[in-house]
Design a protein around this ligand. Structure first.
Ligand SMILES: [Zn+2]
Ligand SMILES: [Zn+2]
Length: 524
């Protein structure tokens, strides 16, 4: 199975699909799934621009709204996580995951799905130590403050994911990088610092990236880990030692200090410890590896896209629910913190044992009774299309109960609580907001027209690289606030696709790249 992974999307859906199609032709492959690692920008209409954290001058509709309205249909099944530039109001409606447009699926604030036999887990948002232990207190309409915290990773989401069994996940997605990955043994740190010299300080202090993601990587040890956010391609191989970092972390947590794991064991450290008979924390063994790959954002001649082959993945090429994950969602549902104060959240291994076999069986039987594990494309619109918006349709500012979320909660026999902090009471009842707030009757999936065939030629492509050179503050792009560099050009003569600088389909191709020996292992 071929998976096209890309870094930050920043609303450039047309360009990504055109680039994938270009690569399919060029490399003679067929891509089965497109994965985006965040900053997706699912802006449905201009009203959603009030819910995205970007400076006003970068508030643009970009391309998603045409997929939302049905004017265009995604030509590939597309899966994404959230980053720090999102239509946060829309993603909150689909907190547990859901279709944001036909054939485009949001994995949720945290989530696990299966596709073609691959088990794919993900964590949306970026890490911020100030918000990490707070509840999900933000709700639309967002004020200036909550607009900039709503996308911060919460410990509760990490707690849910920590219930996943070690090495049970093939692919893990996080928007920012797991902390420590830029310092692990098998990476080209020097090359990273050449392209991003302003990472040196954070890197030296081991403060680059997300400690929450590192913790998940340490515990779950997935086969692959894909990230974005820093707008640079960066491959690494993480060798997992024994639980030294986990022990250190637990000790630090007991001391009430920060949630910062140590860097991973490198092959060199493992070898040295073996030679010296050193056993700093019990047995030291290499417990497998995680192939890490971060990608750039969608710009010409940047490494924003990579096609990976998973030859062992031979299941049905449809998105499916993961029974074990849904059992975790059900078990921890009542614990979900919604207050703006630190919430006690146990994340040590003993507190995250995973669901029982009985809990998983219960979910599996519910799925079976509902017609199987495949996630039906039950997309429905809960906000006006851009055309309707321009004709005066009102975009509600408050939270909308998305029918997809209601259906999932019904499947799991759970109460609705995403609007709990709006003072609506815990169990407002299904359809409450439609009675009370009325004008946003969701359109069931049939509301959009089948429309013309998938539109592969981008309506806007980036042609003028000189504009890139005028970007005066590269740090602003990469560390905190991603500002889109709009150099769009429309019209005749536009290239049909953005060509990534390098695409590695397999290890042979990667091996030819003499400058980047670490990349050899990442193609498979
Ligand atoms: Zn980002
Ligand atoms: Zn970005």
């Amino acid at each position: 199975m071929k998976v096209a992974v890309q870094g930050c999307l920043h609303g450039d859906l047309d360009e990504i699909y055109a680039s994938v199609a270009h690569l399919e032709q060029h490399e003679n492959v067929r891509v089965d799934l497109v994965i985006s690692c965040g900053d997706f920008q699912a802006i449905r209409n201009a009203g959603d621009l009030n819910s995205i954290a970007v400076p006003d001058k970068y508030k643009e509709l970009k391309g998603f709204h045409r997929y939302y309205s049905g004017e265009k249909i995604a030509p590939y099944p597309t899966l994404f996580i959230g980053g720090n530039h999102e239509a946060s109001n829309y993603l909150w409606e689909l907190y547990y995951g859901g279709w944001v447009a036909p054939n485009i699926y949001y994995l949720g604030c945290s989530g696990v799905v299966r596709f073609g036999g691959l088990r794919i887990a993900g964590l949306s948002g970026i890490f911020d130590s100030q918000s990490y232990r707070l509840g999900h207190f933000e709700h639309p309409p967002y004020d200036r403050g909550s607009l900039r915290t709503v996308y911060h990773v919460r410990e509760y989401e990490v707690r849910k994911l920590l219930h996943l069994k070690e090495r049970s996940v093939d692919v893990f997605l996080s928007h920012d990088w797991p902390r420590g990955v830029a310092n692990c043994g098998c990476c080209n740190r020097a090359r990273l610092l050449r392209s991003k010299p302003y990472f040196r300080q954070e890197g030296d202090r081991d403060e680059l990236g997300s400690p929450a993601a590192a913790r998940l990587c340490n515990r779950i040890k997935p086969g692959h880990w894909f990230s974005a956010h820093f707008h640079v391609k960066f491959p690494a191989v993480i060798h997992h030692g024994n639980s030294i970092a986990e022990d250190t972390l637990t000790a630090r947590q007991r001391g009430g200090t920060s949630d910062v794991p140590d860097g991973w064991m490198t092959p060199e450290v493992l070898e040295r410890l073996g030679r010296e008979g050193g056993q700093p924390s019990g047995r030291v063994t290499d417990q497998g590896q995680t192939k890490f790959l971060a990608l750039d954002k969608c710009l010409p001649n940047r490494d924003f896209l990579q096609i990976l082959d998973f030859p062992e993945a031979a299941g049905p090429k449809v998105l499916e629910h993961d029974a074990e994950w849904l059992a975790i969602v059900k078990r921890l549902h009542g614990e979900m913190p919604m207050e703006r104060r630190p919430a006690a959240c146990a994340t040590d291994a003993a507190s995250c044992p995973g669901p029982t076999a009985e809990e998983v069986r219960w979910v599996a039987s519910r799925l079976e009774a509902a017609g199987g594990a495949a996630i039906k494309d039950s997309f429905c619109r809960t906000a006006p299309t851009q055309a309707e918006y321009e004709m005066g349709a009102r975009q509600v500012g408050h939270h909308v109960r998305n029918p997809q979320t209601l259906a999932l909660l019904e499947l799991l026999d759970l109460p609705y609580q995403l609007d709990r902090n709006e003072g609506m009471g815990f169990g407002g009842g299904r359809g409450h907001q439609h009675r009370q707030r009325g004008n946003q009757q969701p359109h069931r999936g049939g509301g959009w027209q089948p429309g013309p065939p998938a539109h592969l030629v981008p309506s806007a492509v980036y042609l003028n690289q000189a504009v890139m050179a005028q970007d005066q503050n590269p740090e602003a792009i990469d560390i905190d606030i991603d500002v889109g560099v709009d150099v769009g050009s429309e019209g005749p003569g536009a290239a049909p696709a953005l060509v990534p600088a390098q695409v590695y389909l397999n290890s042979q191709a990667a091996a030819h790249d003499q400058g980047n020996p670490e990349e050899i292992d990442l193609g498979l």
